[in-house]
Design a protein around this ligand. Sequence first.
Ligand code: NAD
Length: 484
Amino acid sequence: MVSRVIPVDDFDLVIFGGTGDLARRKILPGLFRRFRSGQMPADSRIIGAARSELDTSGYRAMIREAIVEFGGDEKSDTDTLDQFLNALEYVAIDAKGEGGWSELKSLIRDKVIKAFYFSVAPSLFGDLAERLHAHEIADADSRIVVEKPFGRDLASAQALNATLAEHFDERQIYRIDHYLGKETVQNLMAVRFGNVLFEPLWNSHYVDHIQITVAETVGVGGRGGYYDKSGAMRDMVQNHLMQLLCLIAMEPPSVFGANEVRDEKLKVIRALQPVEAHHIVRGQYDASDDAASYRADVENPRSFTESFVAMKCHVSNWRWSDTPFYLRTGKKMKARTSEIAVVFKDLGHKMFEGDSARHRNILAIRLQPNEGMDLQVTIKEPGPGGMRLIDVPLDMTFADALGDDAEDATDAYERLIMDVIRGNQTLFMRGDEVEAAWAWTDPIIEGWEARNDVPKLYDAGSAGPDDAMMLMHRDGRRWRDIKG
Ligand code: NAD
C-alpha cells in the first residue's frame, strides 16, 4: 500500500499555553511526527506563547525534553528533531495584559495560514480573542482552536460561544474533541457509508441495541480539584460519548462536507429523548487494598460527584425508534478500553436442530487499545459433531490489515491540527452542536443536584456498580466484557 502524505500549506501556528501539559504531551510531539512525515512544510513555524519567562532556546530545550519523554520511536531521529526544533519560537505573553503581544505580532508572517491554538483555561479564551484582534494579529482567514471543556452547562457554553463570535466567524472556530480525530472513528463513517453491506441493516429492524463504552483504569490523578466540579457526565458523556453516538446514529449526509456532517449530528442530538432517572446509574470508585477512594483522591469526603455513569438513551426518529443506546464510562475500571458495539437482532427462525444457543452478529468498533473492528459471525464448529454453531470474530486490526501504513497512522491531535491548517471543520464540533448537547445533559445533572443523588460505590478494577449491570439485565441484555 502506498502511503500518501500531502503537505499542507505553509503556516504559522501559535500555541497559547505552549508550555502546558497538553502542549508538551500531545500537541508538539504530534507536530513533530507531521514534520517528520513531510506533511508540515519545513518553512512553517510554531510559536509557543505562555506565561513562563523563557527565551526561544529555552523553549526548544523544553520541547526537546517533552518529545523525548512523550514521543514515539521517531524521537531517535535526532537530525530531524533538530530541524523541527528550529521551526519553534517562543514569546512570553500575558493573555490578560499587554505584555508580549507586539513581539508576537512581529513574528507572524503575512502570507501564510495563521492558526491560534488556545491550549489554556477557557476563562482566557475571551482575552485571547480580543487581543488577537486589538493587536491586528488575526485576520479574516485565521483559525482558532479551542479545547474542552467547552462550558459546564448550556448557559456557560452559550456565553463562551458568544464571546468567540464577537471576534471570529464560526468557520474560523475549531472546537476539538480528540475522539473525532481517531482513525477508527473516521473508519466508522467509511464502513457505514462506503459499503453496501451495513447501511441497509443500520436501523431498528435489524439492530437490537448499541453499546458505547469508554473505560479508563486511571483515577482522577492530579486533576481531582477540576474533576470533582465536573464528573463523568460533563467530562466524558456530554462530549466524547455523545459524539460517538452521533456518528453511529446519524443519517447519511448528502456529501461528506463539514456542515453536512455536522447538520446530521445535530439532528441526532435534538432527537435524543430526555433520560428517565431510573435509566441512569451513577457510581464513585471506592478505596481498595492498594488505592485510595475517589473521595480521598479529590480530597472531598462528602463529594457526590460521579466517576462512573451508565445510561440508556433513545434517539427518537424513524431509524432508531426501537433501538436503545446504552452508554457507559468510568474511571478505575478493570481495563482501559473504548468501543462501540452494534448488536444485531437474533435470527427470527432457527433451522439448525439441536442448536439452542443465542447467536448474534455484533459489529465492534475498537477505538482503543488496538484500533480496529471485528464482526462477530456465526459459523459451524469444526469437527464431526453435526451442525453445532459457534460465534467467531472476523477481525480487522488496523495494524495487521494496513501494515506499514498503520504504523504511520496519525494520532488524533496531529490529524486534527492538520485539518485546521487545511481549513476542514468536518471533525470539529460546531457551536450549535455543543449547545444542543448541553441542553440534553443539563436537566439530567440538575435532577441529580435537586435530589442530592448519591452515587453508588464500586470497586476499583471492576466494571462499575452492580446497578449498571441491572440496567441491562432488566432489558434481557448484557454489557460486553471490558477487555484491555
Ligand atoms: P496547564 O495548566 O498544564 O498549562 C496551562 C498553560 O497556560 C501554561 O502554558 C501557562 O503558561 C498558560 N497560561 C496560564 N495563564 C496564562 C495567562 N494569563 N497568559 C498566558 N498564558 C497563560 O494546562 P493543560 O493541561 O495544558 O491544559 C490546557 C487546556 O487544555 C485546559 O483548558 C484544559 O482543560 C484543556 N485540556 C487539557 C488536556 C490535557 O490532557 N492536559 C486534555 C483536554 C483538554
